[in-house]
Design a protein around this ligand. Structure first.
Ligand SMILES: *[C@@H]1O[C@H](CO)[C@@H](O)[C@H](O)[C@H]1NC(C)=O
Ligand SMILES: *[C@@H]1O[C@H](CO)[C@@H](O)[C@H](O)[C@H]1NC(C)=O
Length: 109
């Protein structure tokens, strides 16, 4: 049991900083790509919400936020919209006293 909990934590820990949902199929296009960056700030937790809005017919098939360079243990998670929708909002949040540097990508058709 202890081993199992350790393994789960290890897996979550390794991937906590990145967001990777959905899958990219033939015919899907890169709909959005941007850098989401904040430099470290002493004792502060920094955060921002970044949205992508497609048009009426857009269907999002994958959402990715990947840390650039060494992990700063930030987090990125979807707070609205997402797979199968035409828009998505991701909340980026730093660890205390750190920053973040992500490439945020939305794929779909
Ligand atoms: C981001 O969205 C969340 C949830 O709607 C909200 O609580 C928060 O204040 C927003 N943050 C910013 C920086 O706008
Ligand atoms: C975002 O997607 C939701 C769910 O599909 C939809 O209800 C909402 O109207 C969309 N917002 C915009 C601005 O497109």
């Amino acid at each position: 049991m202890k081993t199992l909990i350790f393994l789960v934590l290890a897996v979550l820990g390794a991937h906590a900083a990145n967001l990777n949902v959905g899958s990219i199929a033939t015919g899907d296009r890169l709909l959005h790509s941007s850098t989401v960056y904040r430099p470290p700030r002493a004792n502060a937790v920094q955060s921002e919400n970044v949205s992508f809005y497609g048009n009426r017919n857009t269907r999002i098939t994958a959402v990715q936020a990947q840390e650039v360079g060494a992990s700063q243990r930030a987090s990125a998670r979807i707070i609205s919209g997402g797979l199968g929708r035409n828009n998505v909002t991701v909340r980026f949040q730093s660890a205390v006293g750190r920053g973040y540097n992500y490439v945020f990508r939305v794929w779909g058709r």
